[in-house]
Write a new protein. Sequence first.
Length: 190
Amino acid sequence: MAQKCMRETVSTRFAIISGMKHLGFSLIALTVLLVATALPSAAKTVVELKDAQGKSVGSIIVTPKGSGVSLKLHLHDLPPGEHGIHVHQNPKCDAPDFKSAGPHFNPEGKKHGLESPEGHHAGDMLNLTVNPDGKADGTLVDNDVTLGDGSHSLFSNGGTAIVIHAKADDMKTDPSGNSGDRIACGVITK
Ligand SMILES: [Cu+2]
Ligand SMILES: [Zn+2]
């Protein structure tokens, strides 16, 4: 009886130790898998933009920066001058008016404009400057959106869109800064 009991204890202990080894290996494998799958999507997102005629006007590369994102512009064939540019709430860019993109991305229910005392939308950014040759190669930042999870993610609700407008954003008039027609659009999805 005593012997049987001892044997059971030993074999139970062995089972626990070998189980722990398996668990340790599984955790390492799981970590490697998670890092490998998480990195490419977190590193950057390329947004292709088209004008009202469906012609490409280039791309914007979105990367994490601090608690927000940076947007590197590689744009062409746009009207020279200052243009409003925002993140809009729907991942839909139906030409020619791009109304399908919906209003500005606004997870906190605020008013429009970086200079508004009741603002601003998470999707609000400074104006984009297009050079006389129709190109724009600057960088914009948006400190209120992320490429991660949660309500401020550019991927929330299936994605968002970047919209460029005909006129400059005055940074205070609700709901879109008097920036006029939507002249180019690109969806942001995973
Ligand atoms: Cu807009
Ligand atoms: Zn806005």
